[in-house]
Design a protein around this ligand. Structure first.
Ligand SMILES: C[S@@+](CC[C@H](N)C(=O)[O-])C[C@H]1O[C@@H](n2cnc3c(N)ncnc32)[C@H](O)[C@@H]1O
Length: 270
C-alpha cells in the first residue's frame, strides 16, 4: 500500500467513541487527519487496507498490546522541563513550609515523558535536600511515555525550559556513544516511582499526596469526564494539600471541594 489509507466518517466515529470510552479523551472531528497519520503505520504492520479491519482487530482480536499501542498513539504527549514555571515557584514555597518528620509526597498524574516529574524532583532536591524525605509518583495512561519517563534519559534537544544550572546540578551529560544526550542524576531518580494509571477509571490505592499535578490533560476531556476525574483525584490529596492544573484549565463549575488559591492552584481544606 502506498500513501495513507482513507477513513470514512463512520469509521472515524467508531475510533472517537473508543478513545472516549477508554481514556475519556474527546477527539474533535477536526482530528481525523491526525488519527489517520498516527494509525496508518499500524494498518500497514498488519497489511490491513481499511480502518474497519484495524478497529475490529484491536477491539475483538484479544491483542492487548496492540490496543495499548493504539491508545499511546492517540494521546498527545507534549511537555517540557519547568513548563508553566509559576507552579514550581509555588511548589518551592509549599515544600519550604512542610513540617519536618513527615515525607513530602507529590503525584504527577499525567506525567507524559517525565519532564514534569523531574522538574518537581529538582525543586524538591533544592528545598528538602537531595537525600531528603520526599517522593514523586509519576503516572500516565500511555506505556510508551512512561518508559521514557522511567529511563530519565533524554536527547539534548529536550533541555527546552531547563535552566543551565539545573542541567549542570541534576543531570549527567552523555559522553562517547551517549554524546548528545543527558541522564537525570540517579540520586533524583531514587525518589521517583512510576505507574500506569488511567484517570478515567477507579484509581488504585495510592496517596494521599501533599501536591497533585494534573496539568494539560483536562483539555482533552469533556465536562463530565473532567468532573469525575477531579473528584477521583481530590480524594487522593491530603487535607491542606494542593491541586495544580494547566494554565488553560479551570475547575470552575466542576468541583466544590477544592478551593481556588490562585489561578490554576487549588487547596483541599483541612
Ligand atoms: C500534554 S501531556 C501533559 C504532560 C504534563 N502534565 C505537562 O503539563 O507538561 C498529556 C498526557 O496526558 C495523558 N493522558 C491522556 N488521557 C489520560 C488518561 N485518561 N489517564 C491518564 N493519562 C492520560 C497522555 O498520555 C499525555 O501523556
Amino acid at each position: 500500500m502506498t500513501g495513507n489509507p482513507t477513513i470514512s466518517d463512520a469509521e472515524f466515529a467508531r475510533f472517537q467513541k473508543l478513545i472516549y470510552d477508554v481514556a475519556g479523551i474527546s477527539m474533535a472531528d477536526s482530528k481525523k487527519v491526525l488519527l489517520v497519520g498516527r494509525l496508518s503505520k499500524r494498518l500497514r504492520q498488519y497489511s490491513f487496507t481499511t480502518f474497519e479491519e484495524y478497529y475490529r482487530y484491536v477491539t475483538t482480536g484479544g491483542d492487548k498490546q496492540e490496543f495499548q499501542l493504539m491508545v499511546d498513539l492517540l494521546t498527545t504527549n507534549e511537555t517540557y522541563f519547568f513548563r508553566e514555571g509559576k507552579h514550581f515557584d509555588f511548589l518551592r514555597k509549599v515544600a519550604q513550609a512542610h513540617p519536618k518528620g513527615r515525607p513530602f509526597e507529590v503525584w504527577s498524574g499525567a506525567s507524559s515523558t517525565g519532564e514534569e516529574i523531574y522538574t518537581i524532583c529538582m525543586v524538591l532536591a533544592d528545598e528538602l535536600g537531595i537525600d531528603g524525605n520526599w517522593s514523586v509518583t509519576g503516572s500516565d495512561i500511555s506505556l510508551s511515555v512512561l518508559k521514557v519517563a522511567e529511563a530519565g534519559h533524554y536527547s539534548i534537544e529536550k533541555t527546552r525550559g531547563l535552566p543551565p544550572e539545573y542541567l549542570k546540578k541534576y543531570c549527567l551529560k552523555g559522553v562517547r556513544s551517549q554524546e548528545g544526550t543527558f541522564m537525570i542524576d540517579p540520586r533524583l531518580k531514587s525518589h521517583t516511582r512510576f505507574r500506569q494509571i488511567n484517570l478515567n477509571q477507579a484509581l488504585p490505592e495510592i496517596g494521599p499526596f501533599d501536591v497533585v499535578f494534573l496539568r494539560n490533560v483536562m483539555i482533552y476531556f469533556d465536562a463530565n469526564t473532567k468532573r469525575d476525574v477531579v473528584a477521583r483525584l481530590a480524594k487522593k490529596i491530603r487535607p491542606g494539600g494542593h491541586f495544580i492544573i494547566g494554565h488553560s484549565e479551570t475547575l470552575s463549575g466542576l468541583n466544590e471541594e477544592l478551593k481556588p488559591l490562585q489561578p490554576t492552584i487549588y487547596r483541599k481544606p483541612t
